[in-house]
Design a binder for this molecule. Structure first.
Ligand code: PMP
Length: 396
């Protein structure tokens, strides 16, 4: 038997995806100015970014980056353990731990790597990793790579999670969940999951990529918003690339957890440390995210405005109180058509289609930012109505 031709197999998968009209399009943004982006020669108002608080282009954040780059240069030059761990990294880890009320925090270059690192360090053969079906891909991949058995439960179904844990009562267990689900915008039932983990002796790991900065009185995220403590959620992970507008990620927890990760989280050990200037930028962004409460208040107003207007117009929303406000469409082709129609009207709102979401659950993923105004939201709602977003409801 000849070996399979792997490039040919990849090309076939590409052709199959094209045939199903599910190809993803890589597009280049030529300019970005707040919520405005220039794509293919046109200026579009974006409702697609995760810059929820509007910090990605904040002058204090960019100045912090430039100042630190002047002092440190661009690259960290090495992995953390081999001379790459700079004072900026240490200060950022300290600020993050303090913000979230944890003993310590550890930086990773991306959220994807943070989840691979922490699950890989904790889990191995014979263990189980119990996860919500809608968890982000990097939690799923982290469990797979760890060698533990991955057991998934229906979305936000605490009884389902209990059954999965009880099916392996003697195995080491991590229960991992998104704090805010990236494609649905709803929040995990953290108090119930924390109680379950306590009863069953499992470690709760919350990926708060979309909750940090947005939820909780001073933006400390979904764990604080649920009134939970470090004791309830021993592993709190989040990215710096969404509400903080920078890049990178961290895991916050006990000193013992972080000491273990420094030794055994392979995506921390065997990779170049993030540029120190990014750490400085993240520190500036944390200052704004924590103390400029008006950004969260503005978001809350926009979310209420969007939901009220969308429901009045008959669009199908999901039960989300966060800046992620998907408009459910159903069929992939309809979602794509609606997204193109919006673009013709001056808005950038990507269609999210299978395999990112289940079949028949294609949607427009609208994300709101403190950069938007109520007029922007009103104009988007009108454009969605003109495109027929309410008609989709009848079809499904
Ligand atoms: N977790 C969740 C829930 C996410 O939405 C994302 C980003 N798409 C990540 C982790 C990965 O974070 P990063 O972009 O920093 O790799």
């Amino acid at each position: 038997m000849p070996r399979p031709d792997l490039l040919n197999r990849l090309a076939q998968a590409h052709a199959d995806r094209a045939q199903a009209d599910l190809l993803r399009r890589l597009r280049t943004v030529r300019e970005a100015d707040g919520a405005w982006i220039a794509v293919d020669g046109r200026r579009l108002l974006s409702f697609a970014s995760n810059d929820y608080l509007g910090l990605a282009q904040h002058p204090r954040v960019t100045e912090a980056l430039v100042d630190a780059a002047q002092r440190w240069g661009v690259g960290a030059t090495a992995a953390h353990l081999l001379g790459g761990h700079r004072a900026e990294h240490e200060a950022l880890e300290h600020d993050l731990a303090h913000w979230l009320g944890r003993e310590r925090a550890l930086l990773f270059s991306t959220g994807y790597m943070a989840n691979l690192g922490v699950l890989g360090a904790l889990l191995g053969d014979g263990d189980v990793c119990v996860q919500d079906k809608l968890n982000h891909a990097c939690l799923i991949d982290g469990a797979r790579l760890s060698g533990a058995e991955l057991k998934r439960y229906p979305h936000n179904d605490v009884d389902g999670a209990r059954r999965q844990l009880d099916a392996a009562p003697d195995a080491g267990a991590v229960l991992a969940t998104d704090g805010v689900f990236s494609m649905d915008g709803d929040v995990a039932p953290l108090p119930e999951l924390a109680a379950l983990c306590r009863e069953r002796g499992a470690l709760l790991h919350v990926d708060d990529a979309h909750g940090l900065g947005v939820l909780g009185a001073d933006g400390a995220g979904s764990v604080a918003a649920a009134g939970l403590s470090a004791h309830d959620v021993p592993i709190h992970m989040a990215t710096l690339g969404k509400a903080l507008g920078v890049a990178g990620a961290f895991v916050a927890g006990s000193a013992a957890l972080i000491d273990g990760l420094v030794q055994f989280a392979r995506t921390h050990v065997y990779t170049t440390a993030m540029p120190p200037a990014l750490a400085a930028a993240a520190r500036a962004a944390i200052g704004l995210a924590r103390f400029e409460h008006w950004r969260r208040e503005r978001l809350a107003t926009l979310i209420a405005h969007f939901r009220h207007g969308a429901q009045r117009r008959g669009f199908v929303l999901l039960p989300s109180g966060t800046p992620i406000q998907p408009v459910l469409v159903g069929a992939s082709g309809d979602a794509l058509r609606l997204s193109r129609d919006l673009e013709a009207r001056g808005f950038y709102v990507p269609a999210i289609r299978p395999p990112t979401v289940p079949n028949g659950k294609a949607r427009l993923r609208v994300t709101l930012s403190a950069l938007h105004t109520e007029t922007d939201v009103e104009r988007l709602l009108d454009a969605l109505a003109l495109g027929g977003a309410q008609g989709m409801q009848n079809a499904h």
